[in-house]
Write a protein that binds this ligand. Structure first.
Ligand SMILES: NC(=O)c1ccc[n+]([C@@H]2O[C@H](COP(=O)([O-])OP(=O)(O)OC[C@H]3O[C@@H](n4cnc5c(N)ncnc54)[C@H](OP(=O)(O)O)[C@@H]3O)[C@@H](O)[C@H]2O)c1
Length: 325
């Protein structure tokens, strides 16, 4: 079976493409050829690499046709952000494909209501990214359920892996937050630190895509959360990270207004986006229908990523003896 991965060399593709090759799929990876996967893997030698710029091709209305010409049995679309983009794929691939898998996001939910959130809850997306992804989800599910287009949506949480910075215990990407906790210095958190983040290791996202391909009958016409088994509160996350360095977290809690004054605009925006969503998603459906079995808890995924950042000098900290990535 020939699988075309659109955006195959990124966070998820780094793990997904080798997994597909190992599972016996013939793999084509589409990208602009500007970046390498985060991790070298001999599996890439048997991957056909196709250089295409989606934005440029879409502007000319040719992207869908270019993908169709690759003659895929399945397409995994990692980089679709508008319903118009999704519709170009559907119109070009309708009737020609066994399976179409779209990478969504748990941001389709907007703010949490019942937690852990299940896939069937009404959507309350906010922010351009989440709104567009929720519109794509509604469109693809309708095409699948009414029009017979074989679409599946997988919604990852905050993707973590060695090579890039994870969402930190303050809900943004500032690596100094890890350094403060490692040194036992005081860290301010907004509100009571009880808002949540929900990570997932990139390899677990990759696993879910392969399991969805392998479970066509259960996957088509459905969306699935792809996250770790449990979300973290910011407070619990900070306490765990400090513990990895033999420290007790020294936490100070302030109102949002006071907290945002102490950080940059970018960090405040990142934290607000995460705590306003406060994701906490159930993986029961993916476990039941796809046999999704995440290998990493949120903390295990973050610890591996933090280990990489420390080894590469991007975070200055020393593990407590006996604990390492
Ligand atoms: N990051 C997160 O925490 C997170 C959380 C939830 C959901 N998601 C979803 O995950 C998906 C992104 O997956 P990812 O994080 O694995 O991707 P990524 O790391 O951003 O990688 C993007 C991939 O697409 C290629 N690419 C980018 N622009 C392109 C273009 N114009 N034409 C062709 N190829 C292009 C890149 O290679 P080149 O640069 O070489 O072209 C690369 O292979 C998105 O759908 C996002 O909504 C992400």
């Amino acid at each position: 079976m020939r699988v075309v991965v659109i955006g195959g060399s990124g966070h998820v593709g780094t793990f997904l493409v080798p997994r597909l090759v190992e599972a016996g799929y013939e793999v084509v990876s589409v990208s602009r050829g500007r970046r390498e996967p985060y991790r070298a893997d001999p599996a890439w030698r048997s991957v056909e690499q196709v250089t295409l710029d989606r934005e440029a091709e879409e502007a000319g209305g040719t992207f869908g046709e270019r993908v169709a010409k690759l003659e895929p049995d399945a397409v995994i679309d990692m980089i679709c952000f508008t319903p118009e983009s999704a519709s170009q794929m559907v119109e070009s691939l309708r009737g020609k494909l066994r399976h179409f898998l779209h990478c969504g996001t748990i941001w389709v939910h907007g703010h949490s209501t019942l937690v852990p959130a299940t896939e069937d809850l009404p959507r309350h997306p906010f922010g351009e990214y989440g709104i567009q992804k929720a519109r794509i989800e509604a469109y693809l599910l309708d095409e699948a359920r009414r029009g017979g287009f074989p679409a599946t949506l997988l919604h990852p949480g905050h993707i973590v892996g060695p090579g890039w910075a994870p969402v930190n215990p303050a809900g943004n990407f500032d690596p100094r937050v890890f350094e403060r906790l490692a040194r036992g210095e005081q860290l301010s958190l907004p509100n009571l630190g009880m808002e949540t983040v929900h990570h997932v290791h990139a390899d677990d996202v990759a696993q879910a895509f392969v399991r969805a391909l392998d479970n066509w009958g259960a996957a088509v016409g459905e969306s699935f959360h792809v996250v770790s088994p449990a979300a973290l509160t910011l407070r619990g996350y900070a306490e765990a990270v400090a513990g990895w360095f033999g420290k007790t977290a020294s936490l100070r809690f302030t109102s949002w207004e006071e907290w945002r004054e102490g950080v940059s605009e970018e960090e405040a925006r990142g934290t607000w986006d995460h705590i306003a969503h406060s994701p906490n998603c159930s993986i029961a459906k993916a476990r039941r229908l796809l046999d999704y079995q995440p290998r990493y808890s949120s903390l295990e995924a973050v610890r591996e990523s933090l280990g990489w950042l420390i080894e590469h000098g991007e975070v200055e900290a020393e593990w407590k003896t006996g604990i390492s990535s």
